[in-house]
Ligand binder design. Structure first.
Ligand code: PMP
Length: 364
């Protein structure tokens, strides 16, 4: 059996071993209740307090003001690809603007165009999705309902720089693969969303942070479950929420606050890990190709290849001998990908680098 500690999977991904131990205990009985988390009522006082704590901890980590709502949704980030235009792209505005910087952002804009008119203000297809634009340089209609982008392209391994100016139109970011990995100037965003299965816990819950000012736009005739106000007004308990996923997410936020010491500290660890791996791959540039252009390399997902599917497979086999798993690239692009989410330790990255170096030497 392989240890979770050496899990480089792109998601669901590695979780901190302390949180896994707490989760194992809670599956039998949550210490404060004596009842399995899998059998806890979503109407129990305990669960209501867990949702409150999860929200409080996310607010503390991000320094969020009351201007923002925080809610816990289902349907993954993919449902939000559809519900964001349904809620916010109303006829009072010009069509929403989308940045197509990779697989997931292209999925988001394709979904928006099924809901109504939308525009693509930047398309990275011509550069093979290896580069990103600077948000501030995009040409966006000032009347656009919003500007949507994916802050970290999980498949291509590209990560945007954080916005440095207040955007001209409401900025909406899918942060599924880099949420809570670094501090953010949250007030520049109108909406941030992220599913849990990378940095926040198991699949099943998606965090949505919305500037309340935007809620005034929502049409009155949306099905209630698709109207963002519904879960906000019901404290994420309008219908049965994913109790287990929200509980583990709460444990993760405690870990970030108490064990790691907040997002600035988390960012330092993440910088150490990614710079170590990129340094290793740069040293091997004769045999390895990194997908992302240097300026846009992601700290979370490192997509690379030995340039030949057989060699890539040979490397995953060599890595598996050291207990390293989860290195396959996404089926749409192939190659290899090491995901360095919050719970992946610097020691695991060190072992991956040593394995890379050993593999290259054997083949030299
Ligand atoms: N956005 C990003 C950035 C992703 O990486 C993914 C999936 N890995 C999605 C959206 C789709 O999320 P879901 O499977 O939760 O719908």
């Amino acid at each position: 059996m392989h240890s979770n500690a050496l899990n480089f999977s792109a998601g669901p991904g590695a979780l901190p071993s302390t949180v896994l131990a707490q989760t194992r205990e809670a599956i039998i009985a949550v210490p404060e209740t004596g009842v399995s988390v899998l059998g806890m009522s979503h109407r129990s006082e305990w669960f209501v307090s867990i949702v409150e704590e999860a929200e409080r901890n996310i607010r503390a980590l991000l320094g969020l003001s009351d201007r923002y709502s925080v809610s816990f949704l289902q349907g993954g980030s993919s449902l939000l690809f559809a519900t964001i235009p349904m809620n916010f792209a109303t006829p009072a505005f010009a069509p929403p603007a989308y940045v197509n910087s990779g697989y997931w952002s292209s999925r988001a804009s394709a979904e928006a165009s099924r809901v109504g008119p939308s525009t693509v203000v930047w398309d990275g297809q011509s550069v093979g999705f290896r580069e990103l634009p600077t948000l501030e340089h995009l040409d966006v209609d000032r009347r656009a309902a919003y500007l949507h982008y994916v802050s970290n392209e999980t498949i291509e391994g590209l990560q945007f720089r954080l916005p440095t100016q207040d955007p001209a139109v409401p900025l909406i970011a899918d942060m599924s693969s880099d949420f809570l990995s670094r501090p953010l100037a949250t007030e520049r965003f109108a909406m941030i969303y992220a599913h849990a299965q990378k940095n926040l816990g198991p699949a099943g819950v998606t965090v949505s942070v919305i500037d309340r000012e935007l809620l005034g736009r929502i049409p009155g005739n949306l099905p209630r479950i698709l109207d963002f106000r519904t879960q906000i007004e019901h404290h994420s308990n309008y219908n049965t929420p994913p109790v287990f996923a929200i509980y583990v997410l709460t444990l993760i936020t405690r870990w970030l606050l108490n064990d790691i010491g907040g997002l600035a500290a988390m960012q330092k660890v993440n910088e150490t890990k990614s710079s170590r791996l990129y340094r290793q791959l740069d040293e091997m540039q004769d045999v390895v190709k990194i997908h992302a252009a240097r300026a846009w390399r992601s700290q979370m997902n490192v997509a690379f290849t030995f340039g030949d599917a057989r060699l890539d497979r040979a490397f995953t086999e060599a890595a598996a001998e050291h207990g390293i798993i989860g290195l396959d690239g996404h089926r749409s692009v192939g190659g290899l990908r090491a995901s360095l989410y919050n719970a992946v330790t610097p020691e695991a990255v060190e072992l991956l680098c040593a394995t890379l170096s050993e593999f290259a030497l054997q083949r030299a």
